[in-house]
Design a binder for this molecule. Sequence first.
Ligand code: ATP
Ligand code: MG
Length: 393
Amino acid sequence: MKKIILCKFGEIALKGANRAYFEKLLKVELKRRLRNFGKFKIYSAQSTVYIEPLEDSCDMDFAYRAAKNTFGVSAVQMALEVPKDMDAILFAVGTEFMPYIEDAKTFKVEAKRSDKKFPLESPEICKLVGGAILEACHGRKKVDVHTPEVCVRVEIRDYAAYICAGQERAIGGMPQGSNGKGLLLLSGGIDSPVAGYQMAKRGVKIESLHFESFPYTSERAKEKVLDLANKVASYSGEMNVHVISLTHIQEVMRDTIEEDYFTLILRRFMMRLAMKVAKKFYCDAVITGESIGQVASQTMQALVVTDIISEIPVFRPLIGNDKEDIIKIAREIDTFETSILPYEDCCTVFTPRHPKTRPELDKVVAQEEKLDVDALVEEAFATLETIVVTGLD
Ligand code: ATP
Ligand code: MG
């Protein structure tokens, strides 16, 4: 008799011919996440991924939590695996299984028989298992078929029988890497980690690009961004974090262009550099944490002026969200407290007093013509460094 974790698929179960591909990605990611908690066998059958411990020292509680937070898993259950034999099932129910339903005062039993060769039918299995529970709890629990506190499920499958109680909702989404690769523009703020999380939840593999402006931004500001990247990676999977210095670009801009255009032109430089990084690391889209109207550079007109630079789609999953909604998610995914640490961002270096909120493209371009844009971009791109974060503690 052994404990085993059952992970139910969400949307993957609806996939047709390429379902095996999604399942494989999910299993690979589960394997990576569980590697610190012992040796496990991870396999799938009948819309479920099974996580089976291969040694006594496996930490099942940590493995359970990790599985619950893996994109692609819609529900998790701790179960007991027992031989496909009614006596063995009843013995397990009356002994090792009882702690699983310790707190429940009422229960019902459901049985599912995928293996139709099993000698007993589902109603009989339910009756026998219910009886075994009543006997083992000495009258402290009652059967309630309408609103039970816990539902005990017995599943007779191809290789074994599984007994489990209840099931917990897991994080959902799609397995990482199943929907292309996106380049997340990651600042130290509240929004961009949430944007990365949202896209990763849909199966997009995330690479991050952070712009720094040392010494105007500090080493600690960069560490904060790496902490945030690590938190996003705890959901999205191992991630490359690219860092590019904008210091020289910003200094040249400060000395050359009209202050009011500063933020916009800086954002256009960011986008040009993002194109180069996306190309080099095979990203199919750019992702930002922008939300319409949040600040001057996020008016519709300002977004248009930056978008024009991009040769690939720019996804802004938070575009229609209020700040309060974004903060709620940031708290849920545990990035909020890090995001509000008060370190500088390159966007706040040389900030204009009156940034343009309704920029006209020809005026922006006229300002940019004072600069050797291509040379500045090449020079900044040469500062690229890449750090890998695993998201595992
Ligand atoms: P955030 O909370 O994510 O910092 P914000 O509301 O502060 O967003 P802005 O500073 O205007 O907004 O930035 C808008 C978006 O531009 C960010 O969500 C992020 O995707 C990107 N961005 C801003 N600063 C940087 C940076 N230093 N490095 C990389 N991307 C950045
Ligand atoms: Mg910011």
